[in-house]
Design a protein around this ligand. Structure first.
Ligand code: NAD
Length: 254
């Protein structure tokens, strides 16, 4: 496996206590970064952070709801105060929304999912970029989805938020391209995480249909997304910005 060298670098990951966020934290740690792990779930956040510290890695925790701008501002201020800089950020925190056709979806659900998946990414980018533009360096990766690239019946609310993440990514990438900051998005396919385990349990028929459309014939693993995120944050991706990188076993090329 390619190992990137992030020694001396500081990485921030949101939604860091589970799934792809946690896999990315582990990958950054293994590559030498100091990592700030942000999540709303204190129990698993502290447990996973302690497990990494026991292995000698330098991790800090931040209890932060990304939908709350004030909490995000505080988290990033604390990161810079304690670590001195912010080199890489993976804005990964997100939630799924139950299947509902557009005529039946509730406004409360639209607000709930948008607040985390879309405004949460915007909140994080805003304060990360305030620091990165001072430094004149940095890399941001936003978590979109195959749902940012295509539609699926019954998934309009979630897919709208993930399309929106790509709009934020591309516009900000243009703003900062000449200022040493690269901003990209990763678009995971169906990845084996607690979020997908929940969907497999609660929506088995819809998930069976989705599995038939996987050209690669299997679910993705969280580590396969983590490797893409680290590449996008590394100097190997120094000419890559504003991209929506599909890591989806071929789902969106059909
Ligand atoms: P997961 O449920 O395993 O992990 C998500 C983490 O985000 C959890 O630890 C949760 O506590 C945290 N979180 C939720 N709301 C938060 C908030 N308001 N503030 C801070 N943290 C919060 O999910 P996952 O599958 O690893 O998903 C990670 C990201 O990947 C999400 O944005 C999701 O939409 C996206 N995604 C997932 C898949 C998939 O197949 N699993 C596919 C495409 C995109």
């Amino acid at each position: 496996m390619v190992k990137y060298d992030f020694s001396g670098k500081v990485a921030l990951v949101t939604g860091a206590a589970s799934g792809m966020g946690l896999a990315t934290v582990r990958a950054f740690c293994a590559s030498g970064a100091s990592v700030v792990m942000a999540d709303i779930r204190q129990d698993i956040l502290f447990r996973e952070a302690n497990a990494l510290r026991a292995k000698g890695y330098n991790v800090k925790t931040a209890l932060c709801d990304v939908s709350d701008e004030e909490q995000v501002r505080h988290m990033i201020e604390e990161t810079v105060r304690e670590c001195g800089q912010l080199d890489a950020a993976y804005n990964n925190a997100g939630i799924q929304s139950p299947i509902a056709e557009t005529a039946d979806a509730s406004s409360e659900e639209f607000e709930r999912v948008s607040a985390i998946n879309l405004r949460g990414v915007w909140n994080c980018m805003k304060y990360e970029l305030q620091q990165m533009r001072l430094q004149k360096s940095g890399a941001i990766v936003n978590c979109s989805s195959l749902g940012g690239l295509v539609g699926i019946a019954g998934r309009g609310v979630y897919h709208a938020t993930k399309h929106g993440v790509l709009g934020l990514t591309k516009s900000a990438a243009l703003e900062y391209a000449a200022r040493g900051i690269q901003i990209n998005a990763v678009c995971p396919g169906i990845i084996r995480t607690p979020m997908v385990e929940d969907m497999l349990n609660s929506e088995p028929e819809a998930m069976d249909e989705l599995m038939k459309l996987q050209p690669i014939g299997r679910l993705g693993e969280a580590e396969e997304i983590a490797r893409a995120v680290l590449w996008l944050c590394s100097s190997d991706a120094s000419f890559v910005t504003g991209q929506a990188l599909a890591v989806d076993g071929g789902y969106t090329i059909q």
